[in-house]
Design a protein around this ligand. Structure first.
Ligand code: NDP
Ligand code: PYC
Length: 340
C-alpha cells in the first residue's frame, strides 16, 4: 500500500519501470536491462543513493550526450589472465556482464585474473559485481575512479573521485561477505539525496568553495568532499585512481571531469576487477580454510558487532516480501523523465 509520502512498487514493477525509462531515453535493450538490474538491486537492498534515484542521473547523462546509449562492448584478452572490455562510451553494466564469464573462467584456470573495463560511464554501486563473483566461489575486488570531487587530506581542493573499493568473499552455504564503500567520507549520491531533501550534512563530509567545513549539501557539492579516515582514506583514494586509471590505460578522476566539459554527466573512465580462486593456493584444502574464515566472522558477530552487508541482506529479505517503497517526489520525477 502507498502512503502520501511514498509509492509502493513490487521488485518486478520497479524493474519494468526502470527498463521503460531507460528504453524511452534510447538505451539499447541489453543496456537498459543491465542498468535497470543494478538500480533495482540497489533499491531492493536499501542502497538508495544508487537505487532508482539513479534513473534521473542516467537519463541526465544520456540527455547531455555523455553516454553512448547503444554502445557495443568489445571483449579482448590482452594476456592469458587478463580480460579487457571496451565499453565504447556506454554504461559500465553491460561491459561487466559481457566480461564476467571470461574473468571467472580465467580466475579458475590461473588462480587469479583481472578484468579492465575501459571507456565506460559509471554511476553505480560496485557490490553487485563482487557479490556475483563471490557467488561463483571467487574472492573479488573492484575499484573505479569517478570525477574529481574530493580533496586530499590536508588540502581543500578536489583531486580524487569518490573512488569506491568493493570486496567479496565466498561463504559456504551463506551469502558472500561483501563490503563496498566510497573512499570519500560518504558517496556523493548521499550528499545529493540530502540536498534534494533540504537536509544539512555533517560538517566532516566536506568544504565549501572557500575551503571551510560546511553543513550545506549544495555548498559542499560546489566545493570539495573529504576522504574518510584522514590520511588513510586519502591514500586509498590515490590507490584507486592509479589502479583503475593509469594502470589500465584509463582516466583519472580529474581527467574524467575535464572530459565531461561541464555537462554534469556521470564519470567516464575505467574500472578494475580482480578475481582470485581460493583453490589456486589451497587446492583440496579450500573448505578447511574457508571454515577458518567463518571462525573470524563468528568472532565479530558474537560480540554484537555486525558484518558489512548484514543490513543490506536484511533489507533485501524485507523487500523480497514487502516490495519497495520510493519517495513520491522521486516517483513523480521518474515519470516526468519518462515523458520528456
Ligand atoms: P556506506 O558508508 O553506506 O557503507 C559502506 C559499506 O560499509 C557497506 O558495505 C556497509 O554494509 C558497511 N557498513 C556500514 N555501516 C556499517 C557498520 N556499522 N558495521 C559494519 N559495516 C557497515 O557506503 P558509501 O556511502 O561509502 O558508498 C555507497 C555506495 O556508493 C557504494 O555501493 C559504492 O560503490 C557507491 N559509489 C559508487 C561510485 C562510482 O563511481 N561508481 C563512487 C562512490 C560510491 P551495509 O550495506 O550492510 O550497510
Ligand atoms: O555517489 O559518489 C557517488 C558516485 C559517483 C559515481 C557514481 N556514484
Amino acid at each position: 500500500m502507498s502512503s502520501v509520502e511514498d509509492v509502493a512498487l513490487s521488485i518486478a514493477e520497479a524493474d519494468e519501470l526502470a527498463r521503460e525509462v531507460l528504453g524511452a531515453w534510447g538505451l539499447a535493450p541489453d543496456h537498459a536491462a543491465a542498468v535497470a538490474d543494478t538500480m533495482v538491486r540497489g533499491e531492493r537492498d536499501g542502497c538508495t543513493s544508487h537505487g532508482l534515484y539513479r534513473l534521473l542521473v542516467a537519463a541526465s547523462s544520456v540527455e547531455r550526450g555523455v553516454v553512448a546509449p547503444d554502445a557495443v562492448p568489445q571483449v579482448s584478452e590482452p594476456a592469458p589472465a587478463l580480460v579487457r572490455v571496451d565499453g565504447g562510451g556506454g554504461f559500465a553494466q553491460l561491459p561487466f556482464e559481457r566480461g564476467a564469464p571470461l574473468l571467472i573462467e580465467k580466475a579458475k584456470r590461473f588462480g587469479i585474473a583481472a578484468l579492465a573495463i575501459n571507456n565506460a560511464v559509471h554511476f553505480a554501486a560496485l557490490w553487485p559485481e563482487v557479490e556475483a563473483l563471490a557467488e561463483q566461489g571467487l574472492v573479488a575486488l573492484a575499484f573505479t575512479p569517478s570525477h574529481a570531487w574530493v580533496a586530499p587530506e590536508g588540502g581543500t581542493r578536489p583531486v580524487f573521485g569518490t573512488n569506491p573499493i568493493a570486496f567479496g568473499w565466498p561463504r559456504p552455504g551463506r551469502p558472500p561477505f561483501v563490503f563496498d564503500f566510497a573512499t570519500s567520507a560518504v558517496a556523493r549520491g548521499e550528499i545529493e539525496l540530502h540536498r534534494r531533501a533540504g537536509k544539512p550534512i555533517p560538517s566532516e563530509w566536506g568544504y565549501d568553495a572557500d575551503g571551510r567545513p560546511s553543513t550545506n549539501a549544495e555548498a559542499v557539492l560546489a566545493g570539495a568532499m573529504r576522504t574518510f579516515g584522514a590520511h588513510k582514506g586519502s591514500a586509498l583514494a590515490a590507490m584507486v585512481e592509479l589502479l583503475a586509471g593509469p594502470l589500465i590505460g584509463d582516466m583519472t578522476s580529474a581527467e574524467s571531469l575535464a572530459a565531461d566539459e561541464g555537462r554534469g554527466g556521470s564519470p567516464l573512465g575505467g574500472e578494475l576487477i580482480v578475481a582470485i580462486d581460493p583453490a589456486g593456493f589451497l587446492g583440496a584444502a579450500v573448505e578447511e580454510h574457508l571454515r577458518r574464515a567463518e571462525a573470524m566472522f563468528g568472532a565479530i558477530e558474537e560480540q554484537g558487532a555486525r558484518l558489512p552487508g548484514a543490513r543490506r541482506l536484511a533489507a533485501r529479505a524485507h523487500s523480497e516480501v514487502a516490495g519497495l517503497r520510493i519517495p513520491r517526489k522521486l516517483h513523480t520525477e521518474i515519470l516526468e523523465v519518462l515523458e520528456r
